[in-house]
Design a protein around this ligand. Structure first.
Ligand SMILES: [Zn+2]
Length: 445
């Protein structure tokens, strides 16, 4: 279903109520709700729609996905300026007479133009400019200084004539004309600007890159991240390791819920306003929290030897442990199956009135062994090959140029140098220079 939608979303703005309906279908599927029976949503929708490394499940919110795909339309329009469809749209909607109109918003426009407008904000946020001749890049508003705009780094008002300056005006034959600006730019900004590589050869055209990808090409997932950007959570999710566990998906999902403090135990239910007794149904001595159920309850304590750290540290250390149990099963596999069994056992006691399993350790060890020897992915060991790196002479009559650059920190104050040697390795010429404030990639360039 998601793929069919993506096709439509690439060229049209879906109405808000359609997006909400799509999100509801996803939510109902995730938690098992039907029109007859509603199930509890253990984790809020705003967390679910985040990417996995930010604590979500990677399910994409329909509206944000729509906007992200429409930003791709802007990207295509910029890079396919010679295509007929781009020429038609630019001629029709970007003609001077239309752009200068007082009631631009009220003028008729096609669904495609509305779609392009909808994705423009994310497109603008996601691009960075590479400077060719600087003629098409606004000095203050465009993202050309390490993917950021100068305006975002400077507070305070600017003069009207300054607002219209282009990078070309500031860059005069490889030298920066700082006098053009009515105030003194802070030194750290000047250092960043000095480090920007300027095109010496080529067609001189300024280029647009996607700053959220490694190769500069548009990437829908990163556009989605920009489209859902909201206020930062007070507590950042630090359980990215959970997705790397070699374990059954339903158990990984259980640990993910634990990290969000969202498995339906009595303390969590009471915290959500459900009227229930908080006392642990097994020991009846303390409130039933996640830590109590999985580690500190009398029944759980028999399984463990370490109790010192906080819940998340305890969970992470044991889930990622590389130690082996005496049965040669990895301790982490045994640990995770024990967590899962404690949870399942408690549910059997509460909902089916069974008694606690006195041989839980044996059951867990069998499950862990079965999983490890029958299902688990064998770890591939990549052999490392040492390649000796040394300087080699050029052929007689030739010279060799070696260059390098490095920043102090990444990014940081950067410098670089070059050295020319002849075929006997004799020094011919060399120089070093300050590059400004740059990342290691720029320093190497
Ligand atoms: Zn207890």
């Amino acid at each position: 279903m998601s793929a069919i939608l993506s096709h439509v979303m690439q060229g049209a703005v879906l109405p808000v109520h359609v997006c909400e309906k799509l999100d509801k279908i996803n939510r109902d599927f995730l938690w098992g709700s039907t029109s007859e029976q509603r199930k509890m949503h253990k984790v809020s929708w705003s967390k679910i729609v985040k990417p996995k490394d930010e604590g979500g499940l990677g399910i994409q919110e329909a509206r944000a996905k729509n906007i992200a795909l429409l930003s791709k339309l802007n990207w295509r329009m910029y890079h396919e300026q010679d295509a007929l469809w781009t020429k038609v749209i630019l001629k029709k909607y970007c003609a001077n007479s239309r752009v200068r109109s007082r009631d631009l918003e009220k003028l008729p426009s096609s669904p495609n133009w509305k779609a392009i407008n909808m994705g423009f904000a994310v497109f603008k946020k996601g691009i960075a400019w590479g400077i060719g001749n600087g003629v098409g890049v606004n000095l203050w508003m465009d993202n050309w200084v390490n993917g950021e705009s100068l305006r975002a780094m400077i507070a305070g008002p600017l003069r009207q004539e300054e607002l219209n300056l282009k990078v070309l005006d500031l860059c005069d034959y490889q030298a920066w004309n700082w006098d053009l600006i009515s105030f003194n730019l802070p030194q750290f900004i000047k250092d960043k600007i000095k480090a920007i590589p300027i095109q010496l050869y080529g067609n001189g055209r300024d280029t647009v890159m996607w700053k959220c990808s490694n190769n500069g090409e548009f990437n829908t997932n990163s556009a989605y991240r920009l489209a859902i950007e909201r206020e930062e959570d007070a507590v950042q999710f630090s359980g990215q390791w959970v997705w790397k566990l070699d374990m059954l998906p339903k158990i990984i999902n259980f640990i993910w819920l634990c990290l969000h403090g969202s498995i339906p135990i009595r303390e969590v239910l009471a915290g959500r306003g459900i009227n229930c007794i908080k006392l642990c149904p097994i020991c009846k001595e303390q409130d039933e929290s996640i830590l109590h159920l999985l580690r500190d309850c009398v029944y759980a304590r028999d399984q463990w030897s370490s109790f010192t750290e906080g819940f998340e540290t305890w969970l992470k250390t044991n889930c990622l442990s590389e130690m082996k149990h005496k049965s040669t099963t990895p301790c982490c596999t045994l640990f995770i199956f024990t967590l899962w069994s404690l949870w399942k056992n408690k549910n059997l006691v509460v909902f089916e009135n069974t008694i606690l399993n006195p041989r839980l350790d044996k059951v867990c060890l069998c499950q862990a062994k079965d999983y490890y020897y029958c299902i688990s992915k064998a770890k591939q060991i990549t052999p490392t090959i040492a390649i000796p790196v040394r300087w080699s002479k050029p052929i007689p009559g030739w010279f060799k140029l070696n260059t390098d650059g490095a920043p102090l920190g990444n990014p940081g104050k950067a410098g670089g140098g070059e050295l020319i040697r002849d075929s006997e390795g004799r020094w011919v010429r060399g120089f070093s220079r300050s590059i400004g404030h740059a990342t290691s990639v720029i320093a190497e360039l």
